[in-house]
Every structure is written in structure tokens, then in C-alpha cells.
Design a protein around this ligand. Sequence first.
Ligand SMILES: Cc1cc2nc3c(=O)[nH]c(=O)nc-3n(C[C@H](O)[C@H](O)[C@H](O)COP(=O)(O)OP(=O)(O)OC[C@H]3O[C@@H](n4cnc5c(N)ncnc54)[C@H](O)[C@@H]3O)c2cc1C
Length: 394
Amino acid sequence: MSFPPVRRSLPTPEAEGLITMVAEFADDQLAPRAATAEATEEFPRKILAHMGQLGLLTLPFPESLGGGGQGYQIYLQVLEEISMRWASIALSVSVNCLAHQPVVAFGSDAMKSELLPTLMSGTALGAYCLSEVHAGSDPSAIRTSAKRDGNGWVINGTKAWVTHGGAADFYIVFARTSDDPSHGISCFYVPAGTPGLTVGKRESKMGLTSSPTTLIHFDNAHIDDTGLTGLIGEPGDGLRIALSALDAGRLGIAATATGLAQAALNYSLRYAMDREAFGSQIIDYQGVSFMLADMDAQIQSAREMYLAAARLKDSGQPYSREASISKLIATDTVMRVTTDAVQVLGGAGYTRDHPVERYMREAKVMQIFEGTNQIQRMVIARHLVNGNLGKGSR
Ligand SMILES: Cc1cc2nc3c(=O)[nH]c(=O)nc-3n(C[C@H](O)[C@H](O)[C@H](O)COP(=O)(O)OP(=O)(O)OC[C@H]3O[C@@H](n4cnc5c(N)ncnc54)[C@H](O)[C@@H]3O)c2cc1C
């Protein structure tokens, strides 16, 4: 089912063309496949490869490094269009960018000149391994270790919740290199296929079921420190690298959540205009139309918030506070909107004959990953306090 396009204020005709192209591609290639792939838990690697060839997996990175050279305000709207048709694919694009970010921002010259052309060619899919079973909200508690070993490093431990686990071509791994409380964690580029790296249990999830989430085990996994593999940045820089990538990643989740919420509104609006009760279309009842109006207002607010944060990022200004606000607003919005979409459809909304129950299941995790919404509030509160103590708001 296709819906009228979202009204967007785009800065250039080129950006308008990109959004139109993505919307047509997603209508044609993504929307028809989403429900079946989610039901069968099939990861659409071929579709992602095709999207890579179209340049859609690396849009926000500089053209000089082989990326798409798009500002975040454009990239995020592309993500939103993808998520409107299939949220797991938008998650994949967002996580792939999250995994590329440390190489782009902190990689050695050799990584940038020799590795990035391959990574940016669209064939490589990345994974970001920060969380562990006992360390999610508090990444400083991670236990996976990396120890010097000749001209490289040997990694031991288990990473949890790895999106693209088993499907990725490379893993960005955060591991402990010393006990220093603030500089004890380092960041590593680990190619898939490294001996000692094995893929563990695939999680059985409530939603986003086509997207694989697995444990990744490191058992004496040796990586050479060649400048192409191994350490990214300096030893001890890991937490700083992880958190800076997450600021950008949270904007990706905000856009993904906004797109999913828009899909839920579109579907429930169409249903409300068709469905009759007491001799009228249910949209004619204020109890229903006001619910839809609230959904529309909340989605537009979420969109404007992530765009405001993206414009700060695009103009080189700090945006960490705004990224957390965007993630909080958009993911709380998608949870409310998808729940209300089920309500608009009544009993039909509770069945798998309609996609809104799936949207509701998919929405929940967005309040959890890339920092739970409690953690986003902690980040926002910290900015408030620091700003009022004259320490600068970021
Ligand atoms: C589908 C999925 C995909 C994921 N993909 C990735 C990935 O690709 N890479 C990766 O590294 N991680 C990934 N994660 C992990 C995700 O980021 C963590 O689940 C998340 O950060 C929360 O950590 P936790 O699950 O350990 O919860 P916990 O940290 O145990 O938190 C449990 C509860 O306590 C609350 N809480 C914790 N501390 C505080 C506090 N100080 N104040 C108030 N409340 C608090 C939390 O908000 C939460 O409600 C993924 C998770 C899921 C579910």
C-alpha cells in the first residue's frame, strides 16, 4: 500500500531527487518483502548489498573518502523513508554507519587510504561490539580484554547484542587494555574470519526479527596491528570513540523511529477512513480523529527535533544533548503512536493480518538500544547541570 509522500523541506533539488529515488526503491524492493522476512527471521543480505551498490549504506561520509557526501539532515530523512517501509533495514543502515564512524573519524592514515575504499564501496557490512552481558548501560564495566601480542593484540571475552553478528564483514570491538578507570578501554578493527572469533547464540526477539542479534566470542583472537587491522586511535581512547559514534548513531535511531511511527499513522489513518461503526466511518468520531491528530503532531515534532540536531552536527557544532533529546522524543513517540495505531484498528490491530502489531513490537526496542531512554535522560540532565555550573553545556 503506498501513501502520500511526507512533506519535507529539502535544501537542494539533488536532495529531493535522492529522497524520491529512495522512496521508490523502498516501495518496490523493501515494503513487499518486510512482513515475510520478519516472520521467517531471514536477514536480507542481498538487498543490503544492492543498497550498498546504490551508495545507500555510506551516505553521510565524505566523498573524498568514498562516501556519499550527504549532510546528516539528508541522510536521516533517507533513513526515515527506508524505515517507513522496513524498520530492520533502516536499523542495518544506521548500525553500518555506526561501525564505519570510528574508522572515518579516528582511523590511521593507512586505514583511511587503503581500507576505507573497500569499506565505502558498499560491499562491506559492519558491526559495533560495545555491550556485554553484564555491561549494557555502563560500558565502563566491560571485561573483554585485549593484550599486546608481538606485533598485534590478542582479544578474549564475549560481546553481547551484536546487530549483524555472523553477517558482518568487520567488527568494531571495544576491549579493556588496562585497569585505568577512564582510559582503560581501546577500540579495534577486527575482520570477520579472524581465527578465534566465533558467532554465538542468535537472540530470539520480540521484534526486528529479520535483523540478527548475536553473541560474539573472542577466544585468543589475534589481530595484527598493521595500520589496516588492529587498534583504532590511541590505546585508552575507546570510550571516547564509542560515545562519539553513539551520538551520531542515536540520531539514526531517532530517524528510524520516526519512519516507523509514520508508517503506523499512515496505515491506521487509511483504516479509519474505511472502517464503519454506528453507520459512520470511524474517522468521523472525534475519539478516533483526535488520536490520529495527536499521532501526527508527535511524529512531526520528533522529525523536527532530529532535523534540528542534524543541522547542528552538519554545521560542526556540538550536538550530544540534542542527539539524546532526539532519541528520547522519537522513540517514546514511536511507542505511543504504534500502540495507538493498534487501538485505531480495534481487534483487527491485534492480529497478524495487519502490520500494526508488528510495528508495536518493533517500536519497543528503540527505547532500549543505543542507550536506554533512562540513559538519555541522564545525558540530558548532565548537560543541564554542567551548563548551570558554567562548565559549558557539552
Ligand atoms: C535488539 C538489540 C540490538 C542491539 N544491538 C547492539 C549492538 O549492535 N551493539 C552493542 O554494543 N549493543 C547493542 N545492543 C545492546 C543495547 O545497547 C543494550 O541492551 C542497552 O544499552 C541496555 O543495556 P542492558 O540491556 O544491559 O540493560 P541494563 O544496563 O541492565 O539496564 C536495565 C534497566 O536499568 C536501567 N538503568 C541502568 N542504569 C541506570 C541508571 N543509572 N539510571 C536509571 N536507570 C538505569 C536501564 O534504563 C534499563 O531500564 C542491542 C540491544 C538490543 C535489544
